[in-house]
Design a protein around this ligand. Structure first.
Ligand SMILES: O=C(CO)[C@H](O)[C@H](O)COP(=O)(O)O
Length: 219
């Protein structure tokens, strides 16, 4: 499968967001990862619909929205209308999972279910035929700059094996603590969409850093 890099704007300079987005574009970043946190599902509050609307106006990049909110079913249509190309929501949220997937897909947007580190791969199996992507959190959701949780690697392998067994074409996205070292581990386990915040935005050469985490593993 082709690998993609999705840059988490949680690590961007928000007062210079337009410039930061241009930097992502010229660095060849594949997608912009937009982390929405409601201060209830996770212990942090970030940004929401009005910011997404402005970001949509500023770029043609794919917008990869990650909803860390209690009731994604209530807001999924709005995030689609405001410009999301794909929406991930948490299976641990209070919304009905299948109804939320349907709500996203009826808007013509790619649907993805996200799993916290403690949630097993098996929880998402019944939904795989309806999904475009599964997001495996490789840190506890809520904050950028955390250390990668190695215990999540088995979950990625189990998921990729199941997706292959079912003959489905589903991306596995990973989010949290992705850098030059951990990107190798997650790709080996079966992930192909790599979210990175602090590593990419902290790099002296963002394009080179993105190439490192995107590159195919040697056969
Ligand atoms: O969703 C997130 C936290 O909930 C962030 O996207 C994620 O942590 C990426 O940041 P970093 O690469 O700095 O770990």
């Amino acid at each position: 499968m082709k690998n993609y890099v999705s840059a988490s704007v949680l690590s961007a300079d928000m007062l210079e967001l337009k410039k930061e987005i241009k930097k992502l574009e010229i660095s060849g970043i594949d997608m912009l990862h937009f982390d929405v946190m409601d201060g209830s599902f996770v212990d942090n509050i970030t940004f929401g619909l009005p910011v997404l609307q402005q970001v949509r106006k500023a770029t043609d990049m794919k917008l990869d929205v990650h909803l860390m909110i209690n009731d994604p079913l209530r807001y999924a249509s709005a995030f689609a209308d405001y410009g999301a190309d794909m929406i991930s929501f948490h299976i641990e949220s209070s919304s009905d999972t299948l109804a939320t997937i349907r709500k996203i897909k009826e808007k013509g947007v790619k649907a993805s279910v996200a799993l916290k580190p403690a949630t097993s791969a098996e929880e998402v199996f019944e939904f795989l035929p309806y999904l475009d992507m599964v997001l495996v959190m490789t840190v506890e959701p809520g904050f950028g700059g955390q250390d990668f949780l190695h215990g999540t690697l088995d979950k990625i392998s189990v998921l990729r094996k199941k997706i292959n067994e079912l003959g489905l074409d589903i991306d596995i996205e990973v989010d949290g603590g992705i850098n030059a070292e951990t990107s190798v581990l997650v790709k080996r386990a079966g992930a192909n969409v790599l979210v990175s915040g602090s590593y990419l935005f902290g790099a002296a050469d963002m394009a080179a850093a993105a190439d490192i985490i995107r590159e195919d593993l040697p056969c």
